[in-house]
Design a protein around this ligand. Structure first.
Ligand code: GRF
Length: 209
């Protein structure tokens, strides 16, 4: 059984969706870089091991990442799932987990990498928005996209409604993609990303609401 670690910094609603999904893999641990996150409470309630590794206590990014890396090794982790983890990771750490670390980003990548995605979509006047699950590489939000969920932006949408609707979609697609990885339906290989045995160039788009 695949052992999963979820890295969090905040409320952890995606963590909750992963817990509730009863994945084929086991969520073996949750790491938070902040001590008071609601995500930690969710993990504890579900009986999942937790570790608080505060980035502020380390002299630099690499030192912080080294401690996280060791914790992941101690838990014998196969897959790292970033779920609202608000730290940029060092190249060394990312390379160590290449093909074994995924993130969910609230935009249709490659559009709107980085922060404030919902506001930027509204400012631009886009009619489509959504979220993307992707492998994590050293370049921010640039690893291969595995799946996307798309929503329509309505004329009456504002920051709150848009963020909320994307969040709902995240809770559907993230557990699905993690489950696909757990069961081997998605595989990282030298040929590229395999989905059900076939190399895919484009993310699976399995949700449109
Ligand atoms: C989500 O919007 C996700 O796209 C982004 O961080 C947020 C985490 O939310 N990466 P939550 O902590 O899972 O509620």
């Amino acid at each position: 059984m695949i052992k999963i670690a979820v890295l969090v910094s905040g409320s952890g609603s995606n963590l909750q969706a992963l817990i509730d999904a009863n994945l084929s893999g086991k969520i073996a641990g949750v790491i938070s870089n902040k001590p008071d996150t609601f995500a930690l409470k969710r993990a504890q309630k579900a009986g999942i091991a937790t570790a608080v590794i505060e980035h502020k206590q380390y002299p630099n990014r690499e030192a912080f990442d080294d401690v996280m890396h060791q914790q992941l090794l101690d838990w014998d982790i196969d897959l790292v799932v970033l779920a609202g983890f608000m730290r940029i990771l060092s190249t060394k750490f990312v390379n160590a987990w290449e093909g074994k670390m995924v993130n969910i980003h609230p935009s249709l990548l490659p559009h709107y990498k980085g922060m404030h995605t919902h506001q930027r979509v509204l400012n631009t006047g886009d009619t489509l928005h959504g979220c993307t699950v992707h492998y994590v590489t050293a370049e921010l939000d640039a690893g291969q996209a595995l799946a996307q969920g798309v929503i329509q932006v309505h004329t009456h949408d504002n920051l709150a409604t848009l963020a909320s609707r994307v969040h709902v979609l995240e809770h559907v697609i993230y557990p699905q993609v993690v489950e696909w990885i757990c069961t081997g339906a998605i595989q990282h290989s030298v040929q590229g990303v395999l989905y059900r045995g076939h190399v895919i160039q484009e993310p699976v788009q399995f949700c449109k609401i």
